[in-house]
Structures are given as structure tokens and as C-alpha cells.
Design a protein around this ligand. Structure first.
Ligand SMILES: *Cc1c(COP(=O)(O)O)cnc(C)c1O
Length: 385
């Protein structure tokens, strides 16, 4: 689908902003008011109240995010998990069954395995890159299929075109978490996905100073999610809306720099004798490199790598690195580094981790916006010391 209007950089800055500007203010102010004068709304969901997701800060962000995803509608939420859970709890009803890609973001994995069944819904995991195995997991009650654009921390890319085709053939709602990719690198609704969710905590806000989420898609699908969100209450605060809108304006330049720097670092690591393996979709030897090159406009700022020296060597490298800070989350201006086996995936037993390819020595790197040369120099001294 081609963009009928302006380029994505222009949309980031101008889409959803009030015309004319409020009192001439270039920047949309924060509407720090929980409630608004009654104007005769007859439907509960049309009353003007922060929790009903309809303040000027919400409405503007919704229009901007819909424009970025090149789709009809969007909704911001109090966190990425609020976007994911509210979406699933709207699409699925008691008795329904979900197909979900194996190796999901930890919070999503926990929601499926701990909460979904308790609410009367079922799920099955599918390998994202093996469409031949999906039909045998279908049930008459299967309602939706859920994948992630790039998996954490192995950066695997599911067969996205097959997901869309499979969903259409079996009348399933296709949902994708595109947090790692951002709309700069891929717009899943253009590929035919029904709903695209994001943790805006990561790249979309980009400055590691709020938690927020979003879901985008056709109005007929997003509006019922807004109504569920109005009831569940996972509403984004207007001040966080303001910060997210501010962060979004620079998304394109930030993501292109993340892409460029991560590719240079991946190449450096791949050529270093202390490194056994690098997982980055921009490298020619990545198993889904050809698909990624075709469907994505950039390969993102996330990579992971294994050292020949294993877990002990990984700990030494983490200790010696000066620039990347050790911590969870990703997608901000500061580089962040973690060892998934002891952090994000510590809850899995070693056997499960092995199945997912997460070795004890695996290091995950969220490449920030520091000078690429400085990051490479830092890695070089940490790897060779
Ligand atoms: C962080 C993250 C989430 C959850 O987002 P929160 O904003 O922390 O609730 C979901 N999916 C992916 C891929 C993430 O990285």
C-alpha cells in the first residue's frame, strides 16, 4: 500500500497536531484536566474524561500513530502490556483459542501462560518460521494469531507473509507486536496484518522516561479495543501523552541512526575472534536475512551475540564495558546491555532456554545513539582486555 499523503518524517511532526494551533502554540499543550464540560454526549464512551481516552492529547496521538502505521485508527495505552492484554481480551472471548509464536516477550508469555486459561481462553504456541506446522494446531475455536516482528533476544523473524495468508484463509485476526521494528522499519498493516501493537516505552518514545503502549488497525477493530480499555482503565496519562508525542517527532532520525550503528557493530562483532556468533537480521548469514531485506526498511537497533568463552567471558565483558549500561528495557538513547539467561529469561529452566537458543553466555545489546566509533572502541577494549 502506498502512502496517499506525506512522507513518514512529515507525518511524525505534523499528523494529528491541531490546525490551527491552539492559541498559536507550536507545541500542543498538556491538557491536565480529568474532566470536560458536558456537550450533550449520549453514549458513555463519548463523555469527555481522561479514562475514556478522548482528551486532545489522546485524540492527536491516535491520529498521528494511525498515520505512521498507514492505517485507519490507533489507540494509546498506559503501557505496552496494557495494549497487548486489552487487545487480546477484546479479540478473544471465553472459549476461544489463540495461536501464538513461541519465544514471546516475557510479559506476554507470562500473560498467556498464567492468566489467559484462568479466564477461559486457550492458546497453542507455533514456531513462527514453520508455516507447515500451523494447520495441525488450528481448532474450530481458533480466533486469532499473534506474532512478534523480531523475537527477543534471538532476533528471529517469523514468516510474516505466511501469517497474513494463514489468518485470511482461516478467518483469524492477525496481531503483531512490532516494538523492535517501529513503523520506520516496517508497517505491518501494509502487509495485511489486522492489528499492530507496540510498547511505546521503547523506540517510539525513545528516551527511557515513560511507559506507554499503542495498538493500530482498522477502525472496526480498534474502536472495540478502546471500549474495553475504557472499562479496564489502562489509560495513558496526558503528561505521558505529551512526552510520547515529543519523542515521536524525532523517531525517523533516531531509528535510522540505531539501524546504521547496530549494523556496523554487528559487523565488527562478527569479525572479532572472541565472538562465536552474532544474531542480527542485517547480517547476510542471519537465517531470515533475505526476508528481512525484502520486508523491512531497516534492521533495527537490537542485536545479540555469544562469546567463544561462554558465560564467564560474558560476565567479564559486561564488567569491562564503560558506555553501555547494564539494565532491562531497550530502544532509548543510552545503550543498554543484558545477559538474558540471568535477567529477562532467568525464569525459564536451562532446558527451555537451550531450546530457544539462549545460551548462558548470550549478550543482548540495545544499541543507543552514542557515536558508533565510541561503542566499537569500547567493545574492542572489553573483548580483548
Ligand atoms: C517492552 C516490551 C513489551 C511490554 O511493554 P511495556 O511498555 O513494558 O508494558 C511488549 N513487547 C515487547 C516486544 C517489548 O519489548
Amino acid at each position: 500500500m502506498t502512502r496517499k499523503t506525506q512522507g513518514i518524517e512529515t507525518q511524525l511532526i505534523h499528523a494529528g497536531e491541531p490546525v490551527p494551533r491552539i492559541d498559536g502554540s507550536l507545541v500542543t499543550p498538556i491538557f491536565q484536566s480529568s474532566t470536560y464540560e458536558y456537550t450533550g454526549a449520549e453514549d458513555y464512551h463519548d463523555l469527555r474524561y481522561i479514562r475514556l481516552n478522548n482528551t486532545p492529547n489522546h485524540v492527536g496521538l491516535h491520529a498521528k500513530l494511525a498515520a505512521l502505521e498507514n492505517t485507519e485508527a490507533a489507540l494509546v495505552t498506559a503501557s505496552g502490556m496494557a495494549a497487548i492484554t486489552t487487545t487480546l481480551l477484546t479479540v478473544l472471548s471465553a472459549g476461544d483459542h489463540l495461536l501464538a509464536q513461541r519465544c514471546l516477550y516475557g510479559g506476554t508469555h507470562d500473560f498467556l501462560t498464567h492468566d489467559l486459561e484462568r479466564m477461559g481462553m486457550a492458546f497453542s504456541f507455533i514456531p513462527g518460521d514453520r508455516p507447515d506446522t500451523w494447520p495441525e494446531r488450528l481448532r474450530p475455536q481458533t480466533r486469532a494469531v499473534y506474532v512478534e516482528a523480531m523475537s527477543n533476544p534471538m532476533l528471529e523473524i517469523p514468516d510474516l507473509e505466511a501469517v497474513v495468508a494463514f489468518a485470511r484463509e482461516h478467518k483469524l485476526v492477525s496481531i503483531i507486536d512490532a516494538t523492535f521494528a517501529t513503523p520506520i522499519n516496517i508497517r505491518p498493516c501494509e502487509l495485511g496484518f489486522d492489528l499492530c501493537v507496540h510498547s511505546c516505552t521503547k523506540y517510539l518514545n525513545g528516551h527511557s522516561d515513560i511507559v506507554a503502549g499503542a495498538v493500530a488497525g482498522r477502525t472496526e477493530l480498534v474502536e472495540p479495543i478502546r471500549r474495553t480499555l475504557n472499562h479496564l482503565g489502562g489509560t495513558l496519562d496526558p503528561h505521558a501523552c505529551f512526552l510520547l508525542n515529543r519523542g515521536l517527532k524525532t523517531l525517523a532520525v533516531r531509528v535510522r541512526q540505531h539501524n546504521e550503528s547496530a549494523l556496523a557493530i554487528a559487523r565488527f562483532l562478527a569479525s572479532h575472534p572472541a565472538v562465536a556468533r552474532v544474531h542480527y537480521p542485517g547480517l547476510e548469514n542471519h537465517p531470515q536475512h533475505a526476508t528481512a531485506a525484502r520486508l523491512f526498511d531497516g534492521f533495527g537497533g537490537m542485536l545479540s551475540f555469544e562469546l567463544t568463552g561462554g558465560a564467564d567471558a560474558a560476565d567479564r565483558v559486561l564488567d569491562r564495558l564503560r558506555l553501555p549500561m547494564s539494565g532491562p528495557s531497550l530502544g532509548g538513547v543510552e545503550s543498554l546491555i543484558t545477559r538474558p539467561a540471568t535477567t529477562s529469561h532467568a525464569g525459564l529452566d536451562p532446558e527451555q532456554r537451550r531450546e530457544l537458543g539462549i545460551t548462558d553466555g548470550l549478550i543482548r545489546f540495545s544499541v543507543g545513539l552514542e557515536t558508533t566509533r565510541d561503542l566499537i572502541d569500547d567493545l574492542e577494549q572489553a573483548l580483548t582486555a
